[in-house]
Design a protein around this ligand. Sequence first.
Ligand code: ADP
Ligand code: MG
Length: 247
Amino acid sequence: MGKKELLRKRREKLIEEKGVIYLDNVRKVYSTGSPALNGITLGIGKGEFVFIVGDSGSGKSTLIKLLLRELTATSGEVYVMGSDLAKLKHRQVPRFRRNLGVVFQDFRLLNDRNVYENVAFAQRIVETPAMEIRRNVPAILATVGLAGKYKAKTKELSGGEQQRVALARALVNKPSILLADEPTGNLDPKNSWEIMGLLEEINESGTTVVVVTHNREIVNAMHKRVITMRKGVIVSDEEGGEYIDED
Ligand code: ADP
Ligand code: MG
């Protein structure tokens, strides 16, 4: 083995040890304004459950978009599941995203389709055989508590139900990582707790879960790792942490 090969192997091993998500001194500067991320170094291990909190504008959604490869870093390195995202070619992005499930505050469902179709659609995109789709979709809908709602149009559902559909859609392809950007931002307290409970169950079955949230009460009650961001940097990262007051 040549020296170059040896160095490459050593680096790969390091990235693997750091976990499924690894950022090294990442900066993101949009064409307008000051840096949205200004030197983020962070490792998240396989199977972790992590909350990301911080004021509005602190860079949380930018961080999520980098992990999804919706954006690329201005400088620094982003690794997800061993892939260096700066090196990922356009045509490789869809395959990369199969490892990721994602949920947003505003659900982003197909509102003219029913519940079943919204979830089945995610499977068709990745060319799952029809027979498997017919088996997987009901199973995942049962997991999120929507077994009886297949045929409902998503616009006829409550917010909590819509977020469950979004969650089922995110999970049906069995991603290794689930990213949720303020998933309870539009929900009442009862539904917020239920969605967070589902996220915890998903995590317990082995999926790495990263949740951006403003829900102080839930963060403080769940005793997970809490990463606090402020103005594009991480100001605190604590296991069993609490929601830290701003200013
Ligand atoms: P958060 O999710 O924590 O509220 P964001 O990541 O959305 O923060 O934003 C971080 C900073 O980057 C903010 O100052 C925001 O105005 C800016 N920003 C976000 N998206 C864009 C964009 N597409 N173009 C320019 N600036 C942006
Ligand atoms: Mg945001």
